[in-house]
Design a protein. Structure first.
Length: 214
């Protein structure tokens, strides 16, 4: 069974999608803990409703990123996870933390990476006049939002879209592709080797499987 720790900072809608999908599809995986850096994160309530243990490792007031990440790493390690899932965890992680969880740390980002790394992606896409937007699931590496891709979903941008309406459609796709990637992990189909993603033993190319459109 794949043991999963999910890190959140806010609402936890992707966490809910993961919980629901694992339950409905009888995936051989279990969320063994949900950890938040913010005590008011609503995702903690979602976890409690699903009888999942929760922890708060508060980031406010911690002297440095490295000090916080050491505390966070210790909190995660006690649950012995096979996979650590970032689901709206709004912190930049230190190299030491990322390297400790090498190959078992994934994130979902609201853009078609490598485009629009960082924050405010929905408005940036609109400001640039793009015709398509989306979400990307990727392995986490020390460089921000630059780890090897696993799966992407694309949405068309409408002429009357706002950042809010676009975000809603992207979230819908996130709730599809993130649980799917976790299912692949549980089935042993996905791994990272030499900073590349392999699915079913074959390297995924950016132009083919990496741009999986839903």
């Amino acid at each position: 069974m794949l043991r999963i720790v999910v890190l959140i900072s806010g609402n936890g809608s992707n966490l809910q999608a993961i919980i629901d999908d694992i339950h409905d599809d009888e995936v051989d995986a279990r969320v063994v803990a949900v950890i938040s850096n913010k005590p008011q994160a609503y995702g903690l309530q979602r976890a409690k409703q699903a009888a999942i243990p929760t922890l708060i490792v508060e980031s406010a007031g911690v002297s440095s990123r490295e000090d916080y990440d050491r505390q966070l790493q210790q909190a995660i390690n006690q649950f012995q996870p096979d996979l650590v899932v970032l689901a709206g965890f709004m912190r930049i992680l230190s190299d030491a933390f990322v390297n400790h969880f090498h190959g078992r740390l994934i994130n979902i980002h609201p853009s078609l990476l490598p485009k629009y790394q960082g924050l405010n992606t929905h408005q940036r896409v609109l400001d640039a006049g793009d015709t398509h937007h989306g979400a990307s699931v990727h392995f986490v590496t020390p460089e921000l939002d630059a780890g090897p891709l696993i799966l992407q979903a694309e949405v068309a941008i409408h002429s009357d879209d706002t950042a809010t309406t676009l975000a809603q459609r992207v979230h819908t796709q996130e709730h599809i592709i993130y649980p799917l990637v976790i299912k692949w992990f549980a089935e042993g189909r996905i791994k990272m080797t030499d900073n590349k993603t392999y699915k079913d033993g074959k390297e995924l190319s950016h132009d083919a499987a990496m741009l999986h459109l839903i």
